[in-house]
Design a binder for this molecule. Structure first.
Ligand code: PLP
Length: 361
């Protein structure tokens, strides 16, 4: 068996310990004689899995009692519709456009009401986070929406926007559980888990209870109502059971690592290794404004598309996978999520140094 260093933006690297444990339990989960994949979601064993998963994520993120944790399907992209369908009472929402995911959420919301783009960093191809200290928040806005870590462009909010008292909704797909957060600052925090938490197929929505109401937009499908999922503890229909089981194992892994403050230190250290190198390299350079750099997704370029392609190819041959940048951005991107070991980043930088020496003009 040989494992590569996988820098994929998502689905992405998972902790080896978690994969091994899942492998050990594949045919017989704790004496049940079956795999979690084969198990009724109403069984005692699964109930234990989902209850423990919820308890552990609550502990990790310090989630207050007046927030529900929902394990849903449909990816982060379904939330682009589910959020307005449930929250747009006045049919107005404000969006800060920091990349493609925020833009997609904005476009989807405009199907259901008035979506306002109140700030954007499109003018510089999303290489920075706009100043959000005094934005023209709409008086009747039902919520203000952000994508907190921009997976494609590699930017991250270091301070949350001043929403002037309006509910903040955040897509945290690519920074989920990478550092401690103050949940009370948000109305909804949500993400697809396939970036930093688990396998594709699970979307975790953490939502303040007062936002869960019967009063959804007319025509809202039952499956798109937060209330139905909250009332049924994410078991209204068959949940993504195996995915939830793996997420639960990742939560245990994070707790064993020391929790989110330890993860933050670890992620900062990893990101620094890469950024410090990029800052002094004469071949590679980061594409993002320093203050707004993501700890999770690190885009970089040589400035020469042919050389970029050569790098990606040679890196792959050396065991560094998925370093090609997003198809809309080009260049390279190293996603260094929680489960990427520090050793992977150190070895990547060594490889980049070697490539730099060999390809000096
Ligand atoms: C990947 C990603 C999405 C889309 O997630 P799906 O689960 O594929 O719908 C949305 N937002 C962000 C920030 C992402 O990184």
């Amino acid at each position: 068996m040989s494992r590569v260093y996988n820098f994929s933006a998502g689905p992405a690297v998972l902790p080896e310990e978690v994969l091994k444990e899942a492998a050990d339990e594949m045919l017989d989960y704790k004496g049940t004689g079956m795999s979690v994949m084969e198990m009724s979601h109403r069984s005692k064993a699964f109930e234990e899995i989902i209850t423990t998963a919820e308890k552990d994520i609550r502990e990790l993120m310090n989630i207050p009692d007046n927030y529900k944790v929902l394990f849903l399907q449909g990816g982060a992209s379904s939330q682009f519709a589910m959020i307005p369908m449930n929250l747009m009472k006045n049919k107005v929402a404000d969006f800060i456009i920091t990349g493609q995911w925020a833009k997609k959420a904005y476009q989807e919301a405009s199907i259901y009401g008035k979506a306002n783009a109140i700030a954007s960093s499109a003018d510089k191809t999303f290489t920075y986070i706009p100043d959000c200290s005094d934005l023209p928040i709409s008086e009747d806005a039902d919520y203000v929406y952000i994508c907190e870590n921009n997976t494609i462009y590699g930017t991250k909010y270091k301070t949350l926007p001043n929403t002037k008292g309006k509910t903040l909704v955040a897509d945290v797909s690519s920074c989920f559980l990478s550092e401690p957060v103050d949940v009370t600052k948000y109305g909804i925090i949500y993400g697809g888990v396939q970036k930093n938490v688990g396998p594709a197929g699970v979307t975790i929505v953490i939502i303040r209870e007062d936002l869960i109401t019967e009063d959804t937009l007319p025509g809202t499908p039952t499956m798109f109502k937060y209330k139905i999922h909250a009332d049924n503890k994410s078991l209204y229909n068959t949940p993504p059971a195996y995915g939830i089981y793996i997420c639960g194992k990742v939560f245990k892994w994070l707790k064993a690592m020391g929790g989110l403050s330890v993860m933050k230190e670890r992620n900062e250290r990893k990101a620094k290794i890469l950024y410090d190198y990029l800052d002094q390299s004469s071949l590679f350079k980061g594409t993002v404004v320093k203050e707004d750099r993501s700890m999770m997704n690190v885009p970089f370029v040589t400035g020469n598309a042919e050389l970029d392609a050569k790098f990606v190819k040679e890196a792959k041959a050396a065991g560094f996978e998925n370093l090609k940048g997003h198809r809309t951005v080009g260049g390279m991107r190293a996603s260094i999520y929680n489960a990427m070991p520090e050793e992977g980043v150190i070895k990547l930088v060594e490889f980049m140094k070697k490539f730099e020496a060999e390809n000096q003009a």
